[in-house]
Design a protein around this ligand. Structure first.
Ligand SMILES: Cc1cc2nc3c(=O)[nH]c(=O)nc-3n(C[C@H](O)[C@H](O)[C@H](O)COP(=O)(O)OP(=O)(O)OC[C@H]3O[C@@H](n4cnc5c(N)ncnc54)[C@H](O)[C@@H]3O)c2cc1C
Length: 424
């Protein structure tokens, strides 16, 4: 197997039964592994020069493979698809994912937040390398720079061999079954460009429009604020959208708005508020561990004439940029009473003007609607064609839920294909 093969399918091979996996991300590669372990011939086709690009990008940050949360709570992270994910997670669970990594020689650990990470000695590229070696050992053929162009007839696939350029020769495959694992539509430079949507829509497959998920929120800061604060972290805060539940963590103030895990976790609520035409206001709690009465008592101790920045820093350990942030929200009112300040410090209203662009998002909401697939994730519109990973219409927060979701859907379609091909 070559990662940069100049494969052009020989005529005889076309008649041999194999499963085609289109897309070499975590969903596609896990499906390929499970299919090959079940004894099926598998060929993976990936448009990019190498596989797993977004997987490696994920590794540049925390590289959060999964989460140690118990399954019922875990499944709820997938929102309206929670009950479906309960089955998927039971079939390929977070524990299975850890065992899978260990089997590739990559030990994992559970961080204090419950997130599952590879041990520090293991880089994401080590995991991918070990994985590809395993696939190779299982006889999986990997054809990079081979782009899927669409369907051909009742069961064929059109591909283009781009090893010598994007005007390379086109050819048709006739697999026994196909797994489409083409990803969502963010970080297009990794290959997940969402260009597959019209190819599926042509078939009549309903595709929910993409929207950014797990992304930053835009706030219309004044130019004074942008200049003064620029980029600054705020640790140990609470954040909620309108009257919604509070999420804890650390955020980053940026010149366009806010980034950070609590902001990402609230993307669905921000998106929903914006879509409904309601103002989407993020309420920032700068002292989530202090009871409101205790906060007010401290604020009442401020001497007349004491500077706000000094007082906030000394009495409440709120350094810059908090005073600038308070003044950004309430520039006109001087001086603030203790009561006004207490209200602001626990619910500083930050009106969101929009979400960051789709291509910047960690993941995407939208994709193939679940009503388009059967219980094995086979397209109702096209027998023997299965879909896995982020191209399906689900979303989940960061914290290992995304990769786990991709792995679990990959394992799920492999199970369906194995059962179907064994019975046919
Ligand atoms: C910055 C960042 C950080 C992240 N961090 C984490 C994290 O810590 N934990 C976590 O759980 N998740 C994380 N994620 C999300 C995770 O990486 C994705 O959810 C996951 O990679 C999606 O897997 P997938 O297999 O569905 O699709 P992808 O990984 O997107 O793979 C799809 C593949 O299909 C290929 N393809 C597309 N079109 C064609 C075509 N026509 N022909 C052939 N091939 C094609 C693409 O080139 C690509 O290789 C992060 C994502 C980003 C961007």
């Amino acid at each position: 197997m070559s990662e940069n093969s100049s494969f052009s399918a020989p005529r005889s091979a076309l008649s041999e039964a194999f499963v085609a996996v289109i897309g070499g991300g975590p969903a596609g590669l896990l499906a390929a592994q499970r299919l090959a372990e079940a004894g099926l011939r598998v060929r993976v086709y990936e448009a990019q020069a190498t596989v797993g690009r977004k997987f490696l990008v994920a590794g540049h940050g925390g590289f959060n493979l999964s989460n140690a949360e118990e399954l019922r709570t875990f499944a709820q992270r997938y929102g309206s698809q929670g009950s479906r994910f309960q089955d998927l997670l039971s079939h390929f669970s977070p524990a299975d994912l850890r065992a899978w990594a260990a089997d590739l020689g990559i030990a994992t650990f559970v961080g204090t937040s419950g997130r599952v990470f590879p041990e520090a000695a293991h880089k994401p590229a080590d995991l991918l390398r070990a994985w590809l070696q395993r696939l190779r050992g299982l006889g999986v053929e990997l054809h990079t720079r081979h782009r899927w162009l669409g369907f051909a007839g009742a069961s064929g696939l059109r591909l283009r061999n781009e090893t010598a350029g994007s005007d390379g020769p086109e050819y048709v495959l006739e697999p026994a079954a196909t797994v489409l694992a083409l990803g969502g539509a963010s970080w297009a430079k990794t290959g997940s460009d969402g260009a597959w949507v019209p190819l599926l829509e042509e078939l009549g497959v309903p595709v929910v429009p993409f929207a950014p998920a797990n992304c930053g929120a835009e706030v219309g800061w004044s130019s004074f604020f942008k200049e003064r604060v620029g980029r600054a972290p705020l640790k140990n805060i609470g954040l909620r959208v309108n009257d919604g539940p509070q999420v804890r963590g650390e955020i980053m103030l940026t010149d366009y708005g806010l980034e950070g895990t609590p902001v990402y976790a609230l993307t669905p609520q921000v998106r929903a508020a914006l879509a409904s035409g309601q103002p989407a206001v993020l309420h920032l709690n700068l002292k989530p561990d202090l009871a409101p009465a205790a906060l007010l008592a401290k604020l009442r101790q401020r001497r007349a004439g004491a500077s706000l920045p000094d007082f906030l820093r000394k009495a409440l350990h709120l350094g810059p940029p908090v005073p600038t942030l308070v003044r950004e929200v309430l520039p006109e009112v001087t001086p603030l009473t203790a009561e006004q300040l207490a209200e602001l410090l626990v619910a500083l209203p930050l009106p969101v003007t929009g979400l960051r662009p789709l291509d910047e998002a960690i993941s995407t909401a939208g994709g193939i609607a679940f009503e388009a697939v059967d219980e094995h994730f086979m397209l109702r519109q096209r027998p023997n064609t299965y879909v896995a990973g982020e191209m399906l219409d689900w979303e989940a927060p960061t914290g290992g839920y995304l990769l786990q979701g991709c792995f679990s859907t990959g394992a799920w379609v492999a199970r369906g294909i194995v059962a179907k091909l064994r019975n046919s």
